[in-house]
Design a binder for this molecule. Structure first.
Ligand SMILES: CC(C)(COP(=O)(O)OP(=O)(O)OC[C@H]1O[C@@H](n2cnc3c(N)ncnc32)[C@H](O)[C@@H]1OP(=O)(O)O)[C@@H](O)C(=O)NCCC(=O)NCCS
Length: 429
């Protein structure tokens, strides 16, 4: 067996041998296939990059058929159960688990950098009272590039490390302040005696008490949710970070692009749609009629199905367990009953079985966030905080990868050519 592809171009009758490496061919090799020397070579048309690998990566492995998700080789189930978000962040960024000394130094660095410049606060206060927190997060993380102009020196390893630490540390501060802004409440400064996730909850919910200490079960559940969202290989927002980062801009600007991509309803907004759907169903008796509507093609069962996972989404199983832990503290959300019944009925139904439709990460996460009393606009902000180490690990990989170039796809031009311009004075005469 030879690791190559023989392509016969029926326009010319010529044959080409294209090497296969790691299950891929190089698109540039197809560019050598031409009808004449001065014509453009063959290109690949792939809107949405559904079958195009854009990089080599050792950050995250997914096997959608088998329901496997691993960060740096470690299964998500083990990380969610036994690790912490900051340890997972270290793993993603550095590629290996930390020693005790490395972990302590990492936690210290992140904790030390949670504060933002006072002018960031003034800047955030300038947003309208009803500004969407994701818009505020995108703008404020991008604005950090103006506070740290040295960040553009991306070829220096120490400098890159500094910006990575700053960004992981400051995202919860920016996210929490965007939440407080919408509520007209004073912004709460970080409390560096608390853990990363407990401090985030303090910045969100602290009022006049001298110290805000969230229930440890809630802290743990949110920490697990951050772990589950920490990376998902070349998804839309990660691709945005890589694409913008490929221009060698500073990482704050690249991550702001990732936040922008995540803001879109097709990426970060599905859990909000699940909540709306559950509220619309209203009670268990209405489930059969709803399911029938889905099967008739009038509805979509939000939180079911995934482009990559075709047997189960490993994150959904972990989230379901976290749901029980959270509701033990907050009291059960009546929508949970509907969600569980809906899942049970759907998993036994031929329509869903045949199409391999299973609950995804968003089916239960919205319920958890609602139990924390987050408004739906905040759901994506939480996703962004969790995804930040993943974006940065991928950015770091990109800037050190000698094979990478500035992202610049081709197009198939469909417009007019060589028209003669007639000046307005003649056209309108
Ligand atoms: C995630 C999603 C976009 C993946 O889409 P995809 O991989 O392009 O899959 P397709 O849309 O081609 O779906 C394949 C079949 O399953 C059906 N299907 C997919 N998701 C469905 C859902 N949530 N409810 C009902 N039917 C669904 C499609 O109608 C299609 O049926 P058909 O073969 O009879 O036409 C899709 O499953 C979806 O919209 N899910 C709901 C939104 C959601 O939860 N998104 C969060 C993802 S983490």
């Amino acid at each position: 067996m030879t690791d190559s592809l023989t392509v016969r171009d029926n326009r010319t009758g010529q044959e080409y041998d294209v090497p296969i490496l790691d299950g891929t061919i190089k698109a540039a090799d197809l560019g050598k296939i031409k009808t004449a020397e001065d014509t453009p070579g063959l290109a690949v048309y792939d809107p949405g990059f559904v079958n195009t690998a854009s990089c080599r990566s050792s950050v995250t492995y997914i096997d959608g058929e088998k329901g496997i998700l691993e960060y740096r080789g470690y299964p998500i189930e083990q990380l969610a159960e036994k690790s912490s978000f900051l340890e997972v962040a270290y793993l993603l960024i550095h590629g290996a688990l930390p020693t005790k000394a490395e972990y302590d130094a990492w936690v210290h660095e992140i904790t030390y950098h949670t504060f933002v410049h006072e002018n960031v606060k003034t800047f955030m206060q300038g947003f309208r009272y009803d500004a969407h927190p994701m818009g505020m997060l995108m703008a404020s993380v991008g604005a950090l590039s103006t506070f740290y102009p040295d960040a553009r020196n991306i070829s220096d390893a120490d400098n890159r490390h500094m910006q990575i630490v700053r960004m992981i540390a400051k995202m919860p501060t920016l996210g929490a302040w965007s939440f407080r802004h919408a509520q007209g409440k004073p912004y709460v400064y970080p409390d560096n005696d608390l853990s990363y996730t407990a401090n985030f909850l303090s910045m969100l919910f602290k009022m006049s008490e001298s110290k805000y200490e969230a229930d440890p079960r809630l802290v743990k559940a949110l920490d697990v949710l951050f772990i589950l969202h920490a990376d998902h290989e070349q998804n839309c927002s990660t691709n945005a970070v890589r694409s913008v980062g490929s221009s060698q801009v500073d990482p704050y600007s690249a991550v702001a692009a990732g936040v922008g991509a995540l803001y879109g309803p097709l990426h970060g907004g599905a859990n909000e749609a699940v909540l709306r759907m559950l509220k619309r169903i209203g009670s268990k008796e209405n489930i059969p009629a709803f399911i029938q509507g889905v099967k008739d093609g009038n509805e979509r069962l939000m939180g079911f199905g995934h482009r990559v996972y075709k047997n189960f989404d490993p994150r959904a199983t972990i989230i379901k367990k976290a749901c029980d832990d959270v509701f033990e503290v907050t009291g059960v959300n009546p929508l949970l009953e509907i969600a569980k019944e809906l899942e049970k009925i759907a998993l036994e139904d031929e329509y869903f079985i045949k199409r391999k439709l299973y609950p995804n990460v968003d089916f239960y996460s919205g319920l958890i966030y609602e139990a924390f009393q987050f408004p739906p606009e905040m759901f994506t902000v939480l996703f962004a905080i969790g995804r930040t180490p993943g974006w940065l690990a991928q950015w770091l990989e990109l800037v050190q990868d000698k094979e990478q170039k500035i992202a610049r796809p081709k197009q198939i031009y469909t417009g007019d050519r060589t028209l003669d311009f007639v000046p307005a004075s003649e056209r309108w005469a």
